[in-house]
Design a protein around this ligand. Structure first.
Ligand code: SF4
Length: 470
């Protein structure tokens, strides 16, 4: 938050409701602010990696929030290491941030001869991957989106101000009217003179299709298409592609609900509520450890025995990543008396890792990697399993196929990816643990053992496999 002469950063670990209360919000005074809830991607979940990231510059200070994930982190770390006076060790002596975002902040703050806006035009074309950025100095709010526009970013207007947000739903909540999307490759600056726009790269739109499937809020619209309606349409198409005789359609709440409504509508099978979600438990695949994830499933859902006993069920869910949720669910539904359990998934099998901000982890952990749909259905204990086709999913988004990233489903990445050794969530931690406080320049590994070391950070051969695909 900037009051015009000073930036105050207030951040901590935990849910937004655990970090902010009325007193802490009341202590923040000013006319420009950026806020961020981190979904851990590059860099582990530690306080230093919470955002906004902050740097002092010769012009003042800089605070930055980033949605997405970068793929040339090692290259950016090398660029930061060449900046004069860049120490990467905090005043307390602990290592500072180890995430990709902090590197962008350091680069934006690292050109004393240029203004922040001019620096952004030099630095942003060198940043590769998914980045929807909001950043600020004491006087100006900036927003920028990667040339592919992988993650959404929208511009809104209040009566006496401007708002930039990841999703249109955020504009609705704060009473702002939607103006337009921040364009892929666009840099926006907003100050007392109003809003100005410039372009730092040519737009090559490849929006993430998974935003429509699961990530975005249902009340958001992306590229003019409402997310809820896309999900209902995915369900309708799924019913046509994969019909089954059954008594009741239920959803895995809540992300499977719109597709289940669509499935019921198109199939003529009644829709019912068969599972109750504990509202206090978060989205399971965002939890960082497998143990918590497994506990999370039991904590998360409770079957309505009176509704499902004796019924042949169609259970609609938005995606299967590791399969743990669905396996536990099938068991739970059978224990509750379901006669049959048919699983229908409103996205195609996830077979490839995402490098752009979704922590699906490696191919080795993806249940659809190396198993047929039938085999997956058997391991889940379901009577049948079917997924929507890639084309069915894409048509439901009402977007042209060539303007969407769908790499986790078909392995066609929307940009060139660097050497597998230079990708990985804990890449910068590895550099520091290796005794080099400054991220070092890493070229291609020169020996097998070097590569093995970094491969182990990737948690398996999955990411490397993905990169070898033509
Ligand atoms: S790989 Fe999948 S989740 Fe990642 S950006 Fe592309 S479509 Fe989205």
């Amino acid at each position: 938050m900037s009051n015009g002469s000073q930036i105050l950063v207030f951040k901590d670990m935990g849910l937004v409701s655990q970090v902010f209360d009325e007193a802490s919000l009341g202590s923040l005074h000013g006319h420009i602010a950026v806020g961020h809830a981190r979904y851990s991607t590059t860099g582990s979940s530690v306080w230093e990696n919470a955002q906004p990231t902050f740097r002092a510059t010769v012009h003042g200070s800089l605070a930055l929030g980033h949605n997405g994930n970068l793929v040339n982190t090692a290259e950016l770390a090398a660029m930061v290491a060449e900046l004069p006076g860049e120490e990467h060790v905090s005043r307390s002596g602990r290592t500072a941030a180890t995430n990709d975002t902090d590197l962008v902040t350091a680069l934006l703050a690292g050109h004393p001869d240029l203004s922040i806006e001019e620096t952004a035009k030099v630095v942003l074309p060198k940043v590769k991957g998914a980045f929807s950025l909001v950043f600020m100095d004491e006087h100006t709010l900036y927003a920028a989106r990667d040339p592919q526009g992988i993650r959404p970013l929208v511009l809104g207007r209040l009566e006496r101000g401007w708002v930039v947000a990841s999703e249109t739903a955020a504009l609705d909540i704060c009473g702002a009217s939607f103006i337009r999307e921040v364009e892929p490759g666009e840099l926006i600056a907003i100050d007392e003179n109003g809003m100005r726009s410039s372009r730092f790269a040519e737009a090559k739109p490849k929006g993430c299709v998974f935003e429509y499937v699961y990530l975005a809020r249902p009340d958001t619209s992306i590229a003019g298409r409402n997310v809820h309606l896309s999900r209902v349409e995915m369900g309708r198409r799924l019913a046509k592609e994969a019909p089954v005789e059954a008594d009741l359609v239920i959803a895995t709440p809540e992300s499977g609900t719109p597709a289940a409504i669509g499935y019921a509508e198109a199939s003529g099978i009644p829709y019912g509520s068969g599972l109750v979600k504990n509202a206090y438990v978060g989205r399971t695949f965002i939890q960082p450890s497998q143990t918590i994830r497994q506990l999370g499933i039991r904590l998360k859902l409770n079957p309505l025995r009176e509704v499902i006993a004796g019924k042949r069920l169609v259970v609609v869910d938005d995606s299967i990543v590791r399969g743990n949720t669905q396996r536990a669910l099938v068991r739970m539904l059978r224990e509750a008396g379901a006669a049959e359990v048919h699983i229908r998934i409103s996205s195609p099998p996830v077979k490839w890792p995402c490098f752009f901000g979704i922590d699906f982890a490696t191919r080795a952990e993806l249940i659809a990697n190396g198993m047929s749909v039938e085999e997956i259905g058997r391991t889940l204990g379901a009577d049948s399993l079917a997924y929507i086709s890639i084309d069915g999913m894409i048509e439901a988004t009402a977007q042209p196929k060539d303007r969407l990233c769908r790499a986790c489903f078909d392995g066609e990445y929307p940009m060139e990816l660097p050497d597998p050794a230079l990708l990985g969530k804990l890449l910068l931690e590895a550099e520091i643990k290796g005794g080099q406080q400054k991220p070092a320049v890493r070229g291609k590994p020169t020996s097998g053992s070097d590569l093995d070391g970094v491969q182990s950070l990737l948690g398996g051969a999955g990411a490397a496999d993905a990169l070898r695909r033509p």
